[in-house]
Design a protein around this ligand. Structure first.
Ligand SMILES: [Zn+2]
Length: 416
């Protein structure tokens, strides 16, 4: 496979209507040079990533995986072309699968290809959902991403051509990224330029994932500091730039402070929430080591040390020690912290918008084994807009993100 061939990529997406009426048209899925279908669209078939990486770094969809999965594959060595043909009989089997496993490649209706192949262009997912629950690939999105599209109503065929120059742009971007290959493969979502810049100085080898051997935090002043059951602060650590946010504090004592960046961001978040009709207030932010000791001892006396350790932190291990997080609540909760907050309008607004102000929901539902804490819809952590946005889009916890960056899969970092 030479480079010239690989840069002239033609992808014909297949077209089966869910009904058998159109299945016998045996539409072509892709044009393939050599034995690989060249595309810079990231392609999944029935949930499995079916691309390989070509010698020149471009993505190649492996043709053989289509065999026996509802497709026939024909290879013409002379033309260096492979046609992947939908099998009319297989489409019956396809329909029998649960909807999320539906193998139908695509249905073109007007300007829209309905597809349950997940498609990423420039690492951006471009699917949408159809009214019947099948995925729709928005053809217009392809045009925006440097592809030429042509649609034949008669043959119900969509032809998608890549642009040579676009290929080069994309290749440059991938080479320059500090993002680990594992993270990219796992999430299908590349770092933005803003995120690359934000993380330029971060030494990812700092972070410890071994809960049996907790490690004292080294770069204590970093905005990306990780405090959890495997990473703790030196006992005398107090953040240097703690300030009180200007938005109203609704908690007890003087635990309203955050580090300057986070305090400003919290004020912006509170103001934006108010504008959206959501009354959200800070009820607990920075906690000194003395307060952490009192709090943990109180819970340990009440529920026992083991139980306390599931929802509270040992002194020095609390994220509230960073000055980069806050617990927030609302009047209808009496400014208390309840799990049902996640289902209230304020909690829903928070989950959907916190990243726009640089915060994440730090302990999401269902990720207890990875964060070490039960679900806390009220606990938000400042990480800056680029990283918070990446975590929001990729649905990774901060622990998963850091692990993937140093080549560990989430299942290897159980912290509980
Ligand atoms: Zn908290």
């Amino acid at each position: 496979m030479n480079k010239q061939n690989s840069t002239v990529v033609v992808l014909l997406l297949a077209l089966i209507f869910s009904s058998l009426t159109f299945a016998d048209k045996s539409p072509t899925l892709g044009t393939v040079y050599g034995h690989s279908l060249y595309t810079d669209i990231k392609t999944y078939l029935n949930g499995d990533l079916i691309h390989g990486v070509n010698v020149d770094g471009y993505t190649a969809v492996k043709v053989k995986v289509f065999q026996g999965r509802g497709y026939d594959v024909k290879y013409d060595d002379k033309l260096r072309r492979v046609d992947i043909i939908t099998n009319p009989n297989a489409s019956g089997k396809i329909a029998d699968l649960p909807p999320q496993e539906n193998l139908a490649v695509g249905t073109v209706i007007g300007d829209i290809i309905a597809s349950d192949i997940l498609v990423y262009i420039d690492y951006r997912r471009i699917d949408a959902y159809n009214c019947d629950g099948n995925m729709l690939l928005m053809v217009e999105a392809l045009s925006d991403c440097g592809f030429q599209t042509a649609y034949s109503n008669e043959s119900r065929t969509m032809t998608i051509k890549t642009d040579k120059n676009y290929h080069n742009v994309r290749k440059g971007k991938k080479t320059d990224s500090k993002q680990s290959n594992l993270m990219f493969e796992y999430t299908g979502l590349a770092w933005s330029d803003e995120l690359e810049n934000a993380l330029a100085e971060v030494d990812f080898s700092d972070f410890n994932f071994d809960i049996k051997n907790p490690k004292e935090i080294e770069h204590i002043d970093s905005l990306f500091v990780l405090a959890n059951k495997a990473n703790y602060f030196p006992e005398n650590f107090v953040p240097k730039d703690l300030v009180a946010p200007t938005s109203r504090y609704a908690g007890g004592g003087d635990r309203n402070k955050l580090r300057k960046h986070a305090a400003d961001a919290l004020d912006s978040l509170v103001a934006a929430a108010a504008e959206a009709g959501q009354d959200i207030k800070n009820v607990s932010a920075y906690r000194s080591i003395a307060y952490q000791k009192d709090l943990f001892n109180y819970y340990a006396n009440k529920d026992g040390i083991e139980a306390a350790n599931r929802y509270s932190s040992k002194p020095g291990y609390s994220e509230h020690h960073t000055g980069l997080c806050a617990d927030v609540s609302s009047p209808n909760m009496g400014f208390n912290l309840y799990k049902k907050y996640g289902k209230e309008s304020e909690g829903i607004w928070l989950a959907n918008n916190a990243h726009l102000y640089g915060f994440i929901i730090r302990y999401p539902e269902g990720k207890e084994k990875l964060t070490g804490y039960t679900y806390e819809p009220w606990h938000i952590r400042y990480l800056g807009v680029p990283l918070a946005t990446y975590l929001y889009q990729s649905k990774l916890t901060y622990e998963e993100f850091l692990a993937l960056q140093v080549g560990k899969l989430p299942r290897e970092i159980v912290i509980e």
